[in-house]
Design a protein around this ligand. Structure first.
Ligand SMILES: C[S@@+](CC[C@H](N)C(=O)[O-])C[C@H]1O[C@@H](n2cnc3c(N)ncnc32)[C@H](O)[C@@H]1O
Length: 204
């Protein structure tokens, strides 16, 4: 990890991920989480205010970046939720099989290098009847936007800590062995179209 990733990136990610339109998206998905929750790539804890404390027992916060975990400390302190850190990558989730009621994945599948291994791990730890709740940006449906996404991606990825603009999120989730029960998608307002196409919903 270089100096940019260690010291600058956590602040940049926190700022870009706390825009009002992204906060609006969080409100659509995070309250669906219940029971023992695993949040993959918890980042700076921006989802914490949107959990329903009456439905959540505790949250395993999986986050490999020490800088992001540090940045999450104030949100955890305000949340009143119990957060149990997992200092791990999504590709190696050290939890028992079928031990999680809900998995929350927001703006992280774009970044996980081995997304297939990570989704397999998520499937392994999810209880039968549990849900993968997701909200991600990804490949846009319009060819003109896709062209820009593919062009910009090699420059964007190192600046964004490994974030890819052009991942076909629903395809990845299905290839990871999940069945998508609810899927919505749209360009977010006030966001450049190459970075603003969102997919959100629930898979089992
Ligand atoms: C764009 S941030 C999103 C953070 C948070 N989920 C949110 O919605 O604000 C992506 C996060 O994924 C984390 N990350 C990077 N590689 C990862 C991996 N292999 N497994 C899990 N998380 C990873 C990063 O450290 C970062 O916190």
């Amino acid at each position: 990890m270089n100096l940019y990733e260690r010291y600058c990136l956590p602040h940049i990610i926190h700022l870009t991920c706390s825009s009002p339109v992204i906060q609006y998206q969080r409100r659509l998905v995070v309250p669906l989480a219940r029971g023992r929750v695993l949040e993959v790539g918890m980042g700076s804890g921006l989802n914490l205010p949107f959990y329903d404390p009456a439905r959540v027992e505790f949250v395993w916060g999986l986050e490999p970046s020490e800088g992001m975990r540090r940045k999450a400390a104030p949100a955890i302190a305000c949340s009143g939720l119990e957060v149990r850190w997992l200092d791990l990558h999504g590709e190696e989730i050290a939890l028992d099989d079928q031990s999680v009621d809900s998995i929350l994945l927001t703006y992280t599948l774009c970044t996980i290098p081995d997304w297939r291994a990570a989704l397999e791990q998520m499937r392994r730890v999810l209880k039968p009847g549990g849900q993968l709740i997701f909200c991600e940006h990804g490949l846009a449906p319009d060819a003109a936007v896709q062209k820009w996404q593919h062009l910009i991606n090699p420059l964007w990825k190192p600046l964004g800590g490994g974030c890819n603009l052009n991942r076909p999120i629903p395809e990845l989730i299905r290839e990871g062995g999940f069945k998508i029960a609810d899927l919505q998608s749209a360009y977010l307002p006030k966001t450049p179209r190459f970075a603003g196409f969102n997919y959100w919903g629930v898979a089992a």
